[in-house]
Design a protein around this ligand. Structure first.
Ligand SMILES: *[C@@H]1O[C@H](CO)[C@@H](O)[C@H](O)[C@H]1NC(C)=O
Ligand SMILES: *[C@@H]1O[C@H](CO)[C@@H](O)[C@H](O)[C@H]1NC(C)=O
Ligand SMILES: *[C@@H]1O[C@H](CO)[C@@H](O)[C@H](O)[C@H]1NC(C)=O
Ligand SMILES: *[C@@H]1O[C@H](CO)[C@@H](O)[C@H](O)[C@H]1NC(C)=O
Ligand SMILES: *[C@@H]1O[C@H](CO)[C@@H](O)[C@H](O)[C@H]1NC(C)=O
Ligand SMILES: CC(=O)N[C@H]1CO[C@H](CO)[C@@H](O)[C@@H]1O
Length: 487
């Protein structure tokens, strides 16, 4: 009995240190401690006094009160092994029952959640604006020369005066001018044929933003953040809305009338290209602990996105590939700072390289490189007529890492090759989802030279024979000892 109650107060103090910056939540710390203690079945007056004394000594203490959302693994345990609509519904039940803030309280919450100094949010004098990524003084909240509350999922797409309007997962500070130029455009990159594409999207917006008549693309650094925020909205407000609020949905044909925001396929892509950052995870945690007592599942589990929305996509794997291409050589680890990292793909004369992508895996997929990406890959032609595509790209070191080659045809995508270099891995998302890799059985180490590489010396169909090239990496060139064969 004594142990339990003491723990109550100890947790309370530990929590304090990590969260001592949050003055506004401290104030009722003592009360929460009492609440916590009253939940202990064997509470005693003695312990009560003991604890109360501690509270007195730590007058600025935060609470021990743990919200369900703080235990991340139990929070998601009900959705284990689910996918598709079932996963979405279950997630909705988990996240939708949150504590909604009054809309006017959102200002103060953003000053903490989006503070420019993420590690010292309370003392930080600025917030970071979402589309310009510039710091702006907190004091300019709501001022025409300052920042305002940007709804990533626009109000016109179905937010009413219910909890959806003030949901902190969906609101970010934005420069007042940039906010108004985004208006209620849906998210997407300009079409290549677009005649009215502006880059940047606004003179105050970051240089890597763009917009046309209907679409709006935020800076690369936050594209994934925004995608995951919209996915949260579609899940949290996708079902059973009351008081006349519509259910929200994502789609590739956005419609204000149908409350369908988009572009879904673009958001899925951004989720993969820009995985959750530390800042984004910290923000999610703070929304849970200090405000809404719920989490954005897609920040904790970005792979849920494809499990829900990519159900319709056919994953097509066959043994006899119509595609003649393979990962031929790569370098990922050496002594000291990794240098000269690259991946080289060989493409046979009958294969259209525009339809090939490389996906880099670290258990999950974390980077996607289209072969025709003009800044990533260089292309050289071998005497045999084979093309050699080489990207100087960082590759992960360590277990669970792999490289995948995908062919993206008209309707279907085909995993052409999925290799790994530190044991077999099973992909948990991306195009290889559910597939096991072929381990090439060779590794580089922290003692490798920056001129080493691993590469194919012979290929017969799907069978690869690889070799470690010590000090003889040959990016952009086939190795002499390599025998090309059309499978
Ligand atoms: C929607 O309401 C129905 C009927 O009350 C309920 O069975 C279901 O669980 C609800 N679904 C979600 C996702 O809230
Ligand atoms: C806050 O932002 C302003 C620009 O808006 C900048 O001049 C100032 O240095 C920033 N403060 C800090 C502490 O970074
Ligand atoms: C941000 O822009 C939207 C769309 O133009 C507008 O409805 C909203 O009022 C703006 N927010 C503020 C606080 O000005
Ligand atoms: C692959 O091709 C071989 C011979 O060309 C054939 O026997 C085999 O059935 C094919 N496999 C598949 C999965 O199509
Ligand atoms: C190669 O694929 C791209 C993209 O699908 C397509 O636009 C192009 O026409 C193809 N080229 C050939 C020669 O088939
Ligand atoms: C291991 C191996 O066969 N390496 C060969 C790769 O190609 C170079 C020439 O480009 C040869 O010198 C190496 O022996």
């Amino acid at each position: 009995m004594f142990m339990d109650s003491t723990k109550c107060c100890q947790d309370y103090e530990t929590h304090l240190e990590s969260a001592s910056i949050f003055h506004h939540t401290r104030r009722f710390g003592w009360l929460r401690c009492l609440i916590c203690k009253s939940r202990l079945v064997y509470q005693s007056l003695l312990v009560f006094l003991f604890c109360f004394t501690l509270v007195g000594a730590e007058a600025s203490a935060d609470s021990v009160f743990e919200f369900a959302c703080e235990d991340v693994s139990s929070y998601y345990s009900p959705v284990e092994n689910l996918e598709g609509e079932e996963l979405m519904k279950k997630l909705s039940l988990i996240v939708s029952n949150h504590r909604a803030l009054p809309y006017k309280k959102v200002w103060d919450a953003l000053k903490v959640l989006d503070a420019a100094d993420v590690d010292n949010p309370d003392s930080s004098e600025n917030v970071t604006e979402i589309y310009s990524l510039k710091a702006v003084p907190k004091l300019l909240a709501g001022k025409p020369e300052g920042w305002n509350r940007e709804h990533l999922w626009p109000r016109s797409y179905g937010l009413t005066y219910g909890p959806s309007l003030s949901d902190l997962h969906n609101i970010r500070p934005a420069d007042a001018n940039v906010n108004s130029s985004r208006g209620n455009k849906y998210y997407g990159e300009c079409l290549p044929t677009s005649l009215d594409c502006h880059k940047p999207a606004n003179k105050e917006a970051a240089s890597d933003t763009e917009t046309d008549k209907n679409r709006w693309a935020p800076p690369f650094q936050v594209r994934g953040d925004i995608a995951r925020a919209l996915m949260y909205m579609a899940v949290s407000y996708g079902y059973n809305q009351t008081d006349g609020s519509p259910n929200l949905h994502l789609s590739d044909s956005p419609s204000i009338k149908k409350k369908e925001m988009g572009l879904l396929s673009t958001l899925l892509k951004w989720n993969e290209l820009d995985p959750p950052s530390r800042e984004e995870q910290l923000r999610n945690h703070r929304v849970c602990s200090f405000y809404q007592h719920n989490r954005n599942p897609f920040v904790d589990h970005p792979e849920y996105a494809n499990l829900i929305w990519k159900q319709g996509t056919e994953h097509y794997h066959k043994d006899n590939h119509s595609v003649d291409a393979w990962v031929n050589e790569f370098h990922y680890n050496n002594k000291g700072k990794d240098n000269n990292e690259f991946v080289e793909i060989v493409v046979g004369p009958s294969t259209n390289a525009s339809e090939l992508n490389v996906a880099l895996y670290n258990g999950k997929m974390y980077r996607f490189l289209p072969l025709v990406h003009d800044t990533k890959f260089t292309v050289t032609r071998d005497r045999s007529g084979f093309l050699i595509y080489t990207a100087w790209s960082e590759l992960q070191n360590g277990p669970g890492d792999g490289i995948e080659l995908i062919s993206v045809g008209k309707k279907q995508q085909e995993v052409v090759q999925f290799i790994s270099y530190s044991g077999i891995i099973k992909a948990t998302d991306g195009p290889a989802i559910g597939l096991e890799s072929i381990d090439i059985g060779l590794q580089e180490t922290d003692d490798s030279s920056e001129f080493d590489s691993l590469g194919v010396i012979e290929k017969q169909g799907d069978k690869l024979e690889c070799r470690k090239f010590i000090n003889k990496a040959s990016p952009r060139k086939l190795n002499m000892s390599q025998i090309l064969s059309h499978s």
